[in-house]
Design a binder for this molecule. Structure first.
Ligand code: GLY
Length: 251
């Protein structure tokens, strides 16, 4: 069984953190509809949706990916880099406790799940405004005994490592060469140059969940992959993507 942990939108999402984007009005009703449709799409791809406890006072709480890193043998509860997001982790720990032993990132470390790209037994971790070197060291220590290695990655121009590069298949990554260097040993598929923020895809089973708002890159991917489009316009305004709205847990 595959569980997708999600969280209801906070009514305060309009106060979300923004780092590289200017603030533009978010239509709350439309954002909630898009989030519901995203959940239905994940169900259609075999996931059982379980909602983490509401966090109405956390504007970015819907972006659950940043609160945890889930691996086969354990889950790591993060310490998000934005102070406004630190309240999101306790509820995530409660949701994951039945499924995995938990490890915790602690101060002064910071780590956002959006900066962690898992490919087999390697965790690529972006050094970012949200994830510091101490966070990378603590993650390395937490996962080493489970057979995972951690590789730190520099990138620029976007919020999280997974805004710059995501996994789209066995040994295959989708990336924006303007944000991050190609990874050695992988087939690297570049986004359409007119869609710099199109590198965030969610690989689920053999299919890709991908934002409808990046049609050129979607078409490029559709030649080789099964791609399901997810309307994300309102959530993209909150500097989000398709990976950050769920935490996938195989049980
Ligand atoms: N608005 C998403 C984030 O900054 O974490």
């Amino acid at each position: 069984m595959v569980i997708a942990l999600t969280r209801a939108l906070s009514p305060r999402i309009v106060e979300c953190e923004l780092t590289y984007l200017d603030r533009t009005p978010i239509d709350f009703a439309r954002a909630a509809e898009q989030h519901d449709a995203y959940e239905r799409l994940l169900e259609a791809h075999g996931c059982m949706i379980r909602r983490v406890d509401d966090a109405d006072d956390s504007p970015d709480g819907v972006f659950v990916e940043d609160a945890a890193v889930v691996l086969d043998g354990l889950a790591v509860i993060t310490r998000p880099g934005a102070t406004s997001r630190r309240g999101e982790t306790e509820s995530m720990a409660r949701a994951l406790a039945p499924h995995r032993p938990l490890q915790h990132i602690v101060a002064p470390a910071t780590l956002d799940g959006g900066d962690v790209l898992v490919a087999g037994d390697t965790l690529f971790v972006g050094r970012s405004r949200r994830t510091n070197d101490e966070g990378i060291v603590q993650l390395r220590d937490a996962v080493a005994a489970y057979g995972y290695k951690v590789v730190a990655v520099d990138f620029s121009g976007c919020l999280h490592l997974k805004s710059a590069v995501t996994r789209i298949g066995e040994g295959m990554l989708l990336f924006n060469p303007g944000y991050v260097e190609p990874f050695a040993g992988f087939e690297m598929v570049a986004v359409d140059p007119e869609e710099p923020d199109a590198a965030n895809a969610l690989l689920l089973g053999g299919a890709l969940i991908f934002p409808a708002e990046h049609p050129r890159t979607r078409e490029l991917l559709a030649h080789r992959f099964t791609v399901s489009a997810s309307e994300m316009s309102e959530l993209l305004k909150a500097e989000a993507g398709v990976t950050c709205c769920s935490v996938i847990v195989e049980v």
